[in-house]
Design a protein around this ligand. Sequence first.
Ligand code: IDP
Ligand code: MG
Length: 157
Amino acid sequence: MEQTLILIKPSAVIRCLIGDVISRIQHKGLIITGMKMMQLDEKICREHYAHLVDRPFFPDLVRSMTRTPIIAMVVKGLEAVRVVRDMTGATKGRNAAPGTLRGDFCMSGQENIVHASDSVENAEIEIARFFSQGEIFDYTNDSFKYLYAPDEVVFNL
Ligand code: IDP
Ligand code: MG
């Protein structure tokens, strides 16, 4: 089943929103398969945000992402990458739709509380960037029987 990466950014850690983000993810029906607190450095920010290194705001983005530890999570679910992107909302918090994490919890384009992988291909790359194989747990979760119908997933319980 599809997995995606979520980072709970320093802007959420500082504002005590870790629980709110995790709770939304769990209430949706996504299963947490990996989770840890990590201190990022400039090197990993340059990799993770390689598409932005030449932008004038990049030094501020690194300062923002390294200000406190982050929470890195891997979650799984049917079409998890798209589902979590939809739950995350537009990059700029003040433009993000109400009901999304950014729409409900932030105003800023930079301090926008969460990162979510934007494609299945990038999710695989990003999960490998933040997690080793042994840190992801593919445990059986009985809730699948209640989260999905038999024609949506194969139940191996
Ligand atoms: P995304 O997080 O919605 O995928 P990206 O364009 O991939 O958006 O940008 C990654 C992160 O870089 C954003 O979440 C935000 O923290 C930061 N960022 C993007 N654009 C700007 C900007 O114009 N000013 C400041 N920070 C930005
Ligand atoms: Mg992005």
